[in-house]
Design a binder for this molecule. Structure first.
Ligand code: HEC
Ligand code: HEC
Length: 300
């Protein structure tokens, strides 16, 4: 009797212990998995960022903005948090290359090693993860750090705008010289001087994110990141003149501003007039779209 009782107690205890272990597992396993998954995405993106710095910046730029007439912009909404379809699309281009649709050099090169390129499938996948999930500023860090290439020493795309020998049937012919499009002159000045640090919609949604998004700049106070400084410029009141002042010398408005000054040696007075006039047409504030994420939420 006694032994049976003890056996029963032992059995029940073991049973409860097992239950407890299963319960703990059920509680913590999803968290552990999400954390492991996130770490995987992050390390893949870091590897991909390195590969991007080594292989892609010459034609697509260090922020993935693209170079008109060379590589297309890659830092686009479409490429963010890529689903399987988008991954396949990008992978195909990296695997097989693509004819430059302008009809001039360079083409998008073949990258897959079995097709004669320099990268293996894992590396190509890492680059896609970087494009969709990584931090574009990492590329500049890799370039200036490890690779010892200052951003302004990145060479021009190879054979840029020389006639392309490999014209595919149906590829559009280049008729418009760079900068000679029917574009608003202010937009051209913006494109030449500002998209390396700013985006503005609808024209340049793929500009870089070093400075604030300038969408709706005509209806805000600047600098907007520090709303309490006394001599902040109220753009709706001061208009183009206010923007003029800021662009010529940001540090006169806020000392130590992270934006470089654009003196008359960089942008002439007529060009600056065209630019500020064009900026003043941007009266629609940015729409906030819920941020997509490549990472899994870790339950708490
Ligand atoms: C020698 C220049 C060059 C290099 C280097 C280069 N590309 Fe390209 N890439 C191009 C050109 C040119 C196009 C546009 C082809 C066209 O006009 O259709 C392009 C297009 C693309 C596209 C298609 C974009 C779209 O929206 O359709 C992707 C993706 C891409 N490149 C990724 C990369 C990646 C990633 C690397 C680095 C591993 C890279 N490219 C390196 C020139 C280059
Ligand atoms: C090297 C990067 C860089 C370049 C190039 C650059 N900016 Fe900026 N810009 C910044 C940074 C950083 C800020 C934020 C400065 C601050 O808050 O003090 C800024 C702020 C601004 C602001 C104020 C926006 C706000 O909401 O506060 C305007 C307007 C602006 N820039 C216009 C321009 C124009 C127009 C050009 C091209 C002529 C240009 N920037 C070129 C980095 C840059």
């Amino acid at each position: 009797m006694d032994t049976i009782g003890r056996q029963v107690t032992a059995f029940v205890t073991m049973f409860m212990l097992a239950g407890l272990i299963i319960l703990m597992y059920m509680i913590f396993e999803p968290q552990r998995r999400a954390a492991a998954y996130n770490e995987q995405v992050e390390t893949a993106a870091v590897r991909g960022g390195h590969l991007f710095a080594e292989n892609c910046v010459v034609c697509h730029g260090p922020q993935g903005n693209g170079i008109t007439g060379a590589g297309f912009a890659l830092n686009t909404e479409d490429n963010k948090v890529p689903d399987d379809d988008r991954r396949t699309y990008i992978r195909n281009i990296l695997n097989n290359g693509r004819q430059n649709s302008n009809g001039w050099e360079p083409n998008m090169p073949i990258f897959l090693e079995t097709n004669g390129g320099p990268l293996n499938p894992q590396q190509i996948d890492d680059i896609i993860t970087f494009i969709g999930c990584g931090d574009w500023n990492e590329v500049s860090h890799v370039l200036t750090g490890e690779l010892g290439t200052p951003i302004n020493a990145i060479p021009a795309p190879p054979n840029f705008k020389t006639p392309n020998a490999r014209i595919l049937p149906g590829a559009p012919v280049a008729t418009v010289a760079a900068g000679a499009s029917g574009k608003n002159p202010g937009a051209s000045v913006f494109e030449a001087n500002c998209i390396t640090c700013h985006k503005i919609t609808p024209e340049y949604p793929n500009g870089a994110g070093v400075g604030p998004d300038l969408t709706g700049v005509a209806i805000r106070k600047i600098p907007s990141r520090a709303p309490i400084i006394p001599n902040q410029i109220d753009v709706p009141t001061e208009g183009a003149a206010g923007l003029h002042k800021w662009i010529r010398d940001p540090s006169s408005v806020r000392s130590g501003s992270g934006m470089p000054a654009f003196g008359a040696d960089k942008i002439s007075d007529p060009d600056l007039d065209a630019l500020t006039k064009w900026l003043m047409t941007h009266t629609t504030p940015p729409t906030t779209t819920p941020a997509k994420s490549c990472f899994q939420t870790i339950a708490r």
